[in-house]
Design a protein around this ligand. Sequence first.
Ligand code: HEM
Length: 388
Amino acid sequence: MSVTTYDPYAAEVMQDPYPYYAWLRENAPLFHDEVNDFWVISAFADVQWALRNHEVFSSNEGVGAERRPVPMMIALDPPDHTRLRRIVQHEFVPKSIAEWAPRVQQLVDARLDDALAADVVDWPSVVAHPLPIQVIAEMLGVPGEDRIRFKRWSDDTLDALGGGLSPEQSAKVEAAIIDFSQYLYDAILTRREQPADDLISLLLNPRKGEVLTDNEIVSFTMLLLVAGNETTTNLIGNLALAFVQHPDQWALLKADRTLVPQAIEEILRRDSPIQGFFRNTLSAVERHGVTIPAGEKVMVLFGSANHDPAVYPDPERFDITRPVTNHLAFGSGIHLCLGAPVARLEATLLLQSMLDRIDHLEVAGDVERTRNPLLRGVAKLPLRVVPA
Ligand code: HEM
């Protein structure tokens, strides 16, 4: 295949972006997309540089393709970002998250019960979609039965990230955000009257005498429901696809369970659930002899950085013995993913239970990739799950 440019919205790029990323890294590490009028950064060192240079590469117009400022931590620069992150980060350290392990294990067991009971199971519908939304809903203390609504709101909000929306789609996104906010305001009212052992109650009474406004709590819980949902869904979908396509790696993991953490990092590296997010430049910046002017949109490609052969030799190869400690799937710098311990906990408990209960997986129909230039997962993955 001969690649001569990069168009994030082209169907073949969304299907398999990696040859296009290779072209970008080799030919245009600071690429200007004339059609969509944004810049693209693709090499590992450059992506890391941009993510760590928030004075120039700002998040304050949102991280999606459209300029959409939102009052959420992910879309704020210091000092507002620093204050919000300081208040909530304690609840997300691995030690606090580990307390959720017994409940997450129950949810994993239920998903695998359903997957094993079916002759052919659509892995996304039965495992990859429900598990993350159940986990984050329970952590927040909002009823799990509402997850169908969360998923719809979350999908609509994520559509906005990728950009290229029609006026009807934009109206749908606005309506979703209003419904979602109203729902969360009601949840806050309930928790104020009846505090419980959940995140919303903690946010209503943060430590160290800090105060979060109701608006800030709504924005933060909405961010968690969206950020913690589709991303982890994609990780769980990519995980099953990786092992079904590489039975040798599955056999290796079956023989040596100590490789589980490394296998999860390799899946995050090789098929990063978030392929890229946007920044906007607050001042002109020069690199590789190219100047990006102030006020430009810049797409920062985590997915390409994680395939940079300068850091990962033979990057397309799926190799669970590869030592991957520095991938950028969770970002880098001040916005480094707050929920990484949650995603890692879910993936670890799921993979360990799969190794206990499943002999192997077989593809049982057509596989479909998700279609969003910023995200990478599986939309359809029909599997025969052969019990151990
Ligand atoms: C495999 C799953 C996940 C992936 C790949 C992922 C990826 C990312 C990335 C790349 C960022 C940085 C965004 C940027 O630099 O603009 C980020 C930020 C964030 N993530 Fe995750 N995420 C995952 C799961 C989660 C979960 C489960 C939660 C919540 C429970 C979560 C909550 C957040 C939050 C709140 C931020 C914003 C942090 C800040 O602005 O300081 N994420 N995530």
